[in-house]
Design a binder for this molecule. Structure first.
Ligand SMILES: [Fe+2]
Ligand SMILES: [Fe+2]
Length: 248
């Protein structure tokens, strides 16, 4: 967890980092750091690299997208053999979506800080802010539903198809939602500020995260989604590499 003081340190050390970067040589495509710039394994790392406000929001989307992938992978299983679906894994995913995605990322950051300013920019952006807010609200109804139908020890056959349909539509909505935020809404919001102001906002976001989770919310959420992926056998990324396409 970054503290205010080491955030300031980061700024102070920025010049040192730039100087170190200037000494990086490029043989072919490989970056080689000079010995003086290489981390010393014996020395404990005291400085963390800066995480900007928009980078923070986008890496939170990374955790959210991994939760969406859990939902996506569950849909065919619900249709083929609902009894094989572990309701506790789905429930933990929905709980993570609620605490990290909805209560923190959506309510505390986007709805408090991002959307009000973007709405004032008018035109298409104003419309985006309205649609994205409506989608947050619909998402919360869906999370309530997922939590309600995954309460038992086994997945009920009665809920299997309705849940599959709900998850399918939710994944499609939220993938579009997060992609528009990353490529349209966050860049438009960022234009309202100088670099110094953005750094201050980044500190504010850190404080909100600290207040809500008592430690680094991102690290904790990343661990949680990793554990869920492990429970479901999704931990190995290479599992998702498709076979080569047919030869034409
Ligand atoms: Fe959002
Ligand atoms: Fe978002």
């Amino acid at each position: 967890m970054k503290t205010d003081s080491n955030r300031r340190d980061i700024l102070r050390n920025a010049t040192v980092l730039v100087a170190a970067a200037a000494t990086i040589s490029l043989p072919g495509s490989l970056l080689v750091l000079p010995a003086s710039a290489k981390p010393d394994p014996k020395k404990p790392e005291t400085k963390e690299p800066e995480v900007t406000a928009t980078e923070d929001l986008m890496r939170e989307h990374g955790v959210i997208r991994r939760a969406l992938l859990v939902y996506f992978e569950t849909v065919p299983k619900l249709r083929q053999n609902a009894a094989s679906v572990d309701p506790s894994a789905l429930r933990q995913t929905a709980q993570l979506f609620r605490t990290f995605g909805e209560d923190y990322h959506e309510k505390m950051l986007e709805e408090q800080h991002i959307f009000p300013l973007v709405r004032k920019q008018g035109g298409e952006l104003e419309r985006y802010a309205d649609i994205l807010t409506a989608q947050h609200n619909r998402g919360r109804e869906i999370t309530d539903y997922v939590l309600a139908v995954t309460n038992g020890s086994k997945m009920s056959a009665v809920h299997a198809e309705p849940l599959a349909e709900v998850l399918e539509s939710f994944v499609l909505m939220y993938e579009n939602h997060a992609a528009r935020e990353d490529t349209i809404v966050f860049p438009a919001w960022k234009k309202n500020f100088s670099n110094k102001q953005l750094d201050e906002i980044s500190d504010q976001f850190e404080e909100i995260e600290h207040k809500m989770f008592g430690k680094d919310g991102f690290e904790d959420a990343e661990k949680k989604i990793s554990n869920i992926e492990g429970m479901l056998g999704f931990a190995d990324l290479s599992r998702f590499t498709p076979p080569a396409p047919p030869k034409v």
